[in-house]
Ligand binder design. Structure first.
Ligand SMILES: Cc1cc2nc3c(=O)[nH]c(=O)nc-3n(C[C@H](O)[C@H](O)[C@H](O)COP(=O)(O)O)c2cc1C
Length: 311
């Protein structure tokens, strides 16, 4: 049913037009611009590096504290701190291009027009294989409601970015909705080439001594193993209902987690919080997938995709 990837290598994946040498990517905001991890692993061996979310202008991010550990995960409210798209293109992208890293840019805007402008700015830039749309951002024109929670807005933003770019476009779905399939279908109708899921789940923590919220922003995004069952459930549902390849993630900490995501319907996977615990995790999972294929007598990793999904 879903688009199956094809490649000369056993681990190769075609994620809606983004050619990956293997299905393992690192999630936006957890791997900087790649270079930060070069002492730990060979970043060119990862399927793709999804770089920190880029906005049109530089953003200072939220006031602190911006991160707190939770049982089985963490809350973050970074607030998209980044130097802006021009600095990304001039100072960070050339290094990744030189290193032959497959780069997926991650963009975020306050309005649909900003998303389209960002997409057109990335057009023709050497080294960018695709665009991931962070739609878990407040839509300033609609009273700050997250783009990703309204199907009509999801449709509009994907359509606008598709019109502005010739690159494959991968909306990153927010799990903070009651029916993820409705949102996934809206993204498909807008022209999405693949779907990335899931972004963080909205949460918070209270400091009982200070009697106030811990995070400077009050609310933050929950990530890590705590969200894995939710991510798996949503990927499973979308795999059954929507004919687009899925980049799946949320709490992947080891090879077994990675296999679970692929069996639930993910053609490729993303590692986020796991990079903070073990900076070599992405490479270890690439190696683990290779071993698993050999042990199970499978030829192509894509044979695993959706294998656990019941008709
Ligand atoms: C510190 C931090 C910063 C993040 N920044 C971004 C970002 O800039 N853009 C984005 O789309 N997602 C961002 N995310 C979400 C991750 O890319 C990922 O979707 C999420 O953490 C779930 O995966 P995980 O449980 O493996 O971490 C961030 C997550 C963390 C923990």
């Amino acid at each position: 049913m879903n688009e199956r990837g094809s490649s000369a290598t056993d681990l190769g994946v075609n994620l809606g037009g983004i050619k990956l040498q293997n299905p393992v990517t690192v999630a936006s905001g957890t791997f900087g611009y790649g270079r930060e991890y070069e002492d730990y692993l060979d970043i060119a061996k990862i399927g793709a590096v999804i770089v920190k979310g880029t906005t049109l202008e530089a953003r200072p991010g939220n006031p602190g504290p911006r991160i707190i550990e939770t049982p089985a995960g963490m809350l973050n409210a970074i607030g998209l701190e980044n130097p802006g798209v021009e600095v990304f293109l001039q100072e960070y992208l050339p290094y990744l291009y030189e290193k032959n890293v497959t780069v997926i840019a991650n963009i975020a805007g306050n309005t649909i027009e900003e998303y389209a402008l960002l997409a057109s700015r990335l057009e023709g830039q050497p080294g960018i294989a695709g665009i991931e749309l962070n739609i878990s951002c407040p839509n300033v024109k609609q009273g700050g409601l997250q783009f990703g929670t309204d199907p009509e807005t999801v449709y509009q933003v994907v359509k606008a970015v598709k019109a502005a770019s010739s690159l494959p476009v991968v909306p990153k779905l927010s799990p903070n909705v009651s029916d993820i399939v409705v949102i996934a279908k809206a993204a498909q109708a807008g022209g999405a080439d693949a779907l990335s899921m899931i972004n963080t789940l909205m949460g918070m923590a209270i400091d009982v001594n200070k009697r106030k919220p811990v995070l400077g922003n009050v609310f933050g995004g929950l990530s890590g193993p705590a969200i894995k069952p939710v991510a798996l459930r949503m990927i499973y549902q979308v795999y059954k209902a929507v004919d687009l390849p899925i980049l799946g993630g949320g709490g992947i900490m080891n090879i077994t987690d990675a296999l679970e995501f692929m069996m639930a319907g993910a053609s490729a996977i993303s590692i986020g919080t796991g990079n903070f615990v073990n900076p070599m995790l992405a490479q270890e999972i690439v190696e683990g997938l290779g071993k698993y294929l050999k042990q199970s007598g499978l030829h192509n990793v894509q044979e695993l995709v959706g294998i656990a999904v019941q008709k």
